[in-house]
Design a protein around this ligand. Structure first.
Ligand code: SF4
Length: 222
């Protein structure tokens, strides 16, 4: 990667500033309630925000705490989930609620990973948002942004590429606002750093992006 270590905080700062101005306003982002945030992450795993939002609101209205969710019947949960698809998520959510009601809220990525239905991306997202852990949340969108920032030209699926992107992303995560930073990368990926025709001219880090300098943004990730 061509950026010097002194430029890495500049990238993080620019992304955070862009997020404060242009990030999506989503109701769960205004809350510090781990239940509401966990619920949003599970619902949005395979669902668009526009669709998931009303489900999230309904769950919170009918089952306002993790204890309420844990004590709810399967029928009630399936009713609330109806129409959202991927019904296994509803079972995992219920099992997760029972576990959390029994053991308390997880602290950090490692403990979030022990909750049913939580994979590495969601665990990191939750740890950064809820617990303030400085850890990158890496899904396909985030991989695209980071691989372009570094103009990484190797196939992204290899373990070498994954290790490189992880350590790069770890350097980038804003130390004071890790949760906001991960959400900012997600918004940037969806609004500007899109798979096709990225809007580099509107991007807050265009001057620090290696793929943009090389003219290879659309070719990354490989
Ligand atoms: Fe993505 Fe373009 Fe921004 Fe680079 S400059 S991060 S390729 S939108």
């Amino acid at each position: 990667m061509k950026q010097s270590p002194t430029e890495i905080p500049a990238v993080a700062e620019k992304i955070i500033q862009w997020y404060d101005k242009s990030g999506r306003h989503l109701p769960w982002r205004e809350l510090r309630n781990p239940y509401a945030i966990w619920l949003s992450e599970v619902i949005l795993q395979q669902t668009r925000v526009e669709q998931g939002r009303s489900y999230w609101e309904r769950f919170l209205q009918e089952l306002p705490t993790v204890e309420d969710l844990a004590a709810a019947s399967d029928t009630q949960i399936k009713g609330l989930w109806s129409g959202l698809g991927y019904y296994r998520r509803a079972d995992l959510l219920h099992r997760g609620a029972k576990q959390i009601a029994r053991t308390g809220w997880p602290q950090g990525t490692k403990e979030w990973l022990e909750v049913p239905g939580i994979g590495p991306y969601t665990a990191a997202a939750l740890a950064s948002i809820v617990d303030g852990e400085v850890v990158p949340a890496l899904d396909g969108n985030a991989f695209r942004v980071y691989s372009r920032l570094a103009d990484w030209s190797e196939p992204i699926e290899t373990s070498r590429s994954k290790a490189f992107i992880y350590s790069l992303a770890l350097n980038f995560v804003h130390p004071k606002r890790p949760g906001d930073f991960n959400q900012a990368v997600m918004d940037l990926a969806q609004a500007l750093c899109t798979p096709k025709k990225p809007k580099c001219n509107e991007c807050p880090v265009q001057e620090l992006c290696d793929a943009r300098s090389a003219g290879s943004a659309e070719l990354r990730p490989v």
